[in-house]
Design a protein around this ligand. Sequence first.
Ligand code: PGA
Length: 247
Amino acid sequence: MEFILASNWKTGIDDYNEAIKWIKNVSFFVKNNDFKLRKARVIAAVPYPFLGLNTDFDLEIFSQNLSHVGRGAYTGEVTINMLKSMKIKGSIVGHSERRHIFAETNELINKKVLLLQENEMDIILCIGETLEEKRSGQAYKVLYSQVTEALKGFHKFENLIIAYEPVWAIGTGIPISIEDLKEMESFIRDVFKKDYRIENIRLLYGGSVNKDFVNEIKENTTINGVLVGSASWKSEEFIKIIENFVN
Ligand code: PGA
């Protein structure tokens, strides 16, 4: 099974020198543990200004977002070609903070997914229900429409990673229970089997992941890895998370 350990910096690392130090520490770790990590991908999704930071080739730099518009008069936007021409491997799309703070819709997310597909870049598509949706029994419906609407016209599944991130678990310090995670995993995997004939979609969990919770995920589920926010902002902590998942 392929393991994927992804750090989502958000704006949690917002200092250039701190960014360089983090990249150096994690690259060094990844390089020196290559034998253990052969089956694992380590990804850092960094803010736009840090996309050009030099990294060991084993540590993949992803964008956290991209614009749906292309070359032209769009002040302040970051286009797919800016990312591609800088050899960025992929991008997170549809993170709940983009959906809820910046009002991104499934339709907009679909445009970004298709741009990434056209350019043969990797996609971490985030999906997840809010607490209200969970309480009112809407979670499966919401996840289903987030998947199917974002993936209209999409077929390059070898470039796709799904990150299941329940909104109510993000940044709260309390991850989902393992029982609930198992249920959600089987629901999401079934959607891909039935609707797309994909047997083993790459699936990550995100939402208050810490070094202890990754042990539980590994022991109890077949989830491929984690998308980690605040617990990954200190490189030493992220390294512990990687070690726990991979060992
Ligand atoms: P968190 O964020 O680990 O800080 O909860 C995860 C995410 O939003 O990707």
